[in-house]
Design a protein around this ligand. Structure first.
Ligand code: MG
Length: 373
């Protein structure tokens, strides 16, 4: 009897081994087909966007879809003009990608090294591929990326809502629209900036973030403005001066009563060590870092350098914004309103509920494509 049982067990074990061998050889012989699709998609802004240097009503973008074994991951490149990328530069970069090199979509280090070997820059294009691969791999594992990172979503920060300067009537309308948000963001370094802050302060005491976009010319001018802001419930001041003026920012930080955050001065994790001591924190954006892979590294590195972490975005659909939101539990502050500023969002995803970033329960980067209208 025991001999028969042994023979059956041995037979079963052989079957299992055979099955395992068959599966292995199938995988080795046939790498999955990878489909890489992309198309330009212009983002239409709900209100004109006014910065220190320009004003605009649209932002060029490129949508990316990567499909393996009938699972599709979505990604996006957004190209505000000051980043130096365009629809042509992004699609030109994507054309040079061999989809077969994406066949192991979990191999982020190798894929980024491959993309860097094609061209050193093009970070919006790289972000689009990186985001699509994160969406895809999350879907393949049935998990959202904040879960794969092991992050605690009970610690989600509030997000800010940007108010750009306008006529008093329009400003009142924008303030009404901003009601769900607990933090407001204001651009300075533009004509009428102090009047705008005065107007907002006469209507609400909600905390303000100030973004100067390099608009102040000297450390003394920056300090004078920051001292004026100091008693106005301002959380921090972003990129007061030229991004290359690290020493000017170091001088300013030593004297400033408000935290100084680097935005234009920091693109990737490689920029970060040189900025420690010159800024209190960094604003991480996927279009600067080339996607989530380096953005996560930036957040960890900033923490280890004792710096604050902010997660921001460009004008983007809910695709890239929801990808960035995966890192929100790592952030002290979040500025993820890019999808709310556009009128033609292709996706639903991360939402702001009671002023806080709230993720969906969909795997990947937590998005669903909206039905075609
Ligand atoms: Mg900024």
């Amino acid at each position: 009897m025991s001999k028969i049982l042994f023979a059956v067990a041995a037979f079963m074990a052989n079957l299992v081994m055979l099955a395992a061998t068959a599966t292995f050889s199938m995988r080795a012989d046939t790498a999955p087909a990878v489909e890489l699709k992309y198309y330009p998609y212009e983002l239409k802004l709900r209100h004109a966007f006014n910065l220190a240097t320009m004003s605009r009503t649209t932002t060029p973008g490129v949508q990316v879809e990567i499909t393996i074994d009938s699972v599709t991951g979505y990604g996006e490149a957004s190209m505000p003009p000051y980043l130096g990328e365009s629809v042509e530069s992004v699609t030109g970069f994507l054309e040079r990608i061999d989809p077969a090199r994406l066949a192991d979509p979990f191999a982020f280090e190798r894929i980024h090294a491959y993309m860097d070997s094609i061209a050193p820059g093009n970070r919006a294009a790289k972000a689009a591929v990186d985001i699509a691969l994160h969406d895809l791999t999350g879907k393949l594992t049935g998990r959202q990326w904040y879960q794969l990172y092991g992050l605690d979503t009970s610690q989600m920060p509030c997000t800010s809502f940007t108010i750009s300067n306008d006529t008093p009537d329009e400003l009142l309308r924008k303030l009404e629209e901003s009601e769900p948000y607990r933090v407001l963001k204001v651009k300075m370094g533009v004509p009428g900036d102090r009047e705008l802050i005065g107007f907002i302060r006469s209507h609400t005491d909600r905390p303000l973030c100030v973004d100067v976009n390099q608009g102040w010319k000297t450390p003394q001018e920056a300090l004078d403005n920051i001292l004026w802001l100091a008693d106005k419930n301002v959380l921090f001041v972003e990129q007061p001066m030229d991004k290359n003026d690290t020493e000017g920012h170091r001088w300013l930080r030593e004297r400033s009563p408000l935290p100084i955050i680097a935005d234009e001065a920091v693109q990737t994790s490689a920029d970060l060590p040189a900025l420690a001591g010159a800024y209190d924190g960094i604003n991480i954006k996927l279009m600067k870092s080339g996607g989530l892979h380096d953005a996560y590294r930036m957040a960890q590195l900033a923490r280890s350098l004792g710096m604050k972490v902010m997660i921001g975005c460009m004008t983007e659909t809910s695709c890239a914004v929801s990808a960035a939101a995966q890192l929100a539990p790592l952030a002290d502050w979040v500025d993820l309103d890019g999808n709310l500023l556009i009128a033609n969002d292709l996706f639903s995803g991360m939402q702001i509920v009671d002023g806080k970033v709230t993720l969906t329960d969909l795997p990947g980067i937590g998005i669903a494509k909206r039905a075609e209208e």
